[in-house]
Design a protein around this ligand. Structure first.
Ligand SMILES: Nc1ncnc2c1ncn2[C@@H]1O[C@H](COP(=O)(O)OP(=O)(O)O)[C@@H](O)[C@H]1O
Ligand code: SF4
Ligand SMILES: [Mg+2]
Length: 381
């Protein structure tokens, strides 16, 4: 589901060996047809000279992240077939430079794993992630360190992701120091103050020597954002960044991200289980279900003209301001199936209100709805 081209993925075979990214078992071709990268390991020089030529910062192609399930010896004798949690199961999409792309779906559908794989905090077991056309799985350790300055992640719980014993100044200065990015104390101070101001803690001087416990949850999340933007990143993967915050301050943090996208040119991958938040903040939405993207497109288009029954169900439960407006809630029956033994055919079929007999047999491929809008449902073909 990348740009205007339709990408379909082969179904994984049951006996598939899970390769180690870049290791001897990795049976992936170094690049996919169409990629401009032809070399071996990606060096820091390759990264420094790489550029965005077609407006696309990331190309994710057929990404697969499987986690092996470790069975007891006795169980493995009874059922020798190795089993995997198919957290991300052949996913393709683009992230355009300067956009906010929301990854939306229920808990456990693979959003975090996708985000972590983009930063190579999780090794992909198949497929490719291209950053500025460079295959992330081929980055050397040195390149990876450089890359992680450009691709940052922030988490749901700001309190757990910062050191409570450090001052705000030290927390925000740390990434600069660790990466050797500042030559003088003065330069460090300037960059820290700027990042804290840009994160909306103004005037920064009032916050520099405070400790995390002296701040509210929203202010702490702003500190985390400052700790990411101080490195002048290209992209921030924000993993449920407002989920643990009070509803009253969520909007302020969302506004900050939009502001940073516009003023600093930061690209955001915004991960959320709440489609109404994605609607407020994102330029495009990718809806995930059980390790797959089932619908993707411009936010207004997906929200006003959803095509996949799962997206329709998510939208139907968004509260509307007008209580008299005609609004039918679609309540999905059943639990999300587990990502080890996936349902046959369309993996949404056991819960789909629009399912027909063929849905349990045919695996849907992406259907082009129009523009950049795609959905994976056999009833759309
Ligand atoms: N390190 C891991 N080992 C095994 N299973 C994992 C691991 N990380 C995630 N999973 C499983 O992968 C699936 C997707 O998880 P995750 O990406 O965290 O989903 P989400 O962020 O959408 O809630 C879940 O079933 C989860 O239990
Ligand atoms: S393919 Fe069938 S089960 Fe899957 S979303 Fe479409 S109608 Fe529902
Ligand atoms: Mg998650």
């Amino acid at each position: 589901m990348a740009g205007d081209e339709q990408l379909t993925a082969p179904a994984p075979s049951a006996d598939r060996q899970v390769p180690v990214s870049g290791g001897p078992l990795d049976r992936r071709a170094p690049t996919e047809p169409g990629s401009t990268y032809t070399g071996g390991r990606v060096s820091t020089e390759d990264l420094a000279t790489a550029d965005v030529t077609d407006g696309v910062l990331f190309k994710i192609r057929d990404l697969e992240v499987y986690f092996p399930i470790h069975q007891s010896f006795v169980k493995s004798l009874v059922a020798p077939e190795k089993k995997y949690v198919k957290a991300v199961d052949h996913v393709s999409f683009d992230v355009r430079q300067g956009e906010i792309l929301a990854l939306v779906g229920e808990s456990g559908c693979g959003k975090t794993t996708t985000g972590r794989a983009m930063l190579r905090l999780e090794d992909a077991t198949g497929g490719h992630i291209y950053y500025k056309e460079l295959p992330v799985e081929r980055f050397s350790q040195k390149t990876l360190r450089e890359y992680r300055k450009k691709a940052q992640i922030i988490f749901q719980d700001p309190y757990n992701s910062i050191n409570p014993k450090q001052t705000i100044f030290d927390i925000v200065a740390e990434p600069l120091e660790v990466n050797g990015l500042v030559a003088t104390e003065r330069e460090k101070e300037e960059r820290v103050v700027r990042a804290i101001n840009e994160a909306g803690l103004r005037p920064a001087e009032e916050y520099l020597y405070r400790y995390p416990h002296e701040l509210s949850g929203g202010q702490r999340q702003r500190v985390c954002i400052a700790g990411a933007t101080v490195l002048d990143p290209d992209v921030i993967v924000a993993d449920e960044p407002v989920a643990s915050l009070d509803v009253s301050i969520r909007n302020d943090i969302l506004k900050l991200m939009v502001e940073q996208k516009e003023k600093l040119g930061v690209t955001y991958v915004f991960i959320t289980h709440d489609l109404s938040l994605a609607w407020v903040i994102s330029d495009r939405i990718a809806v995930m279900y059980l390790g797959r993207i089932v619908e993707i497109g411009d936010t207004e288009e997906v929200v006003s003209n959803p095509k996949h029954p799962y997206t329709k169900a998510l939208i139907s439960v968004i509260p509307v301001p007008d209580p008299l407006a005609k609004h039918e809630h679609v309540i999905l029956s059943g639990e999300t199936p587990n990502p080890v033994d996936l349902p046959s055919g369309c993996r949404f079929h056991p819960r789909c209100p629009e399912a027909i007999d063929a849905c349990s047999e045919i695996e849907p491929t992406d259907v082009h709805i129009g523009g950049t809008h795609y959905a994976a449902c056999i009833r759309l073909t």
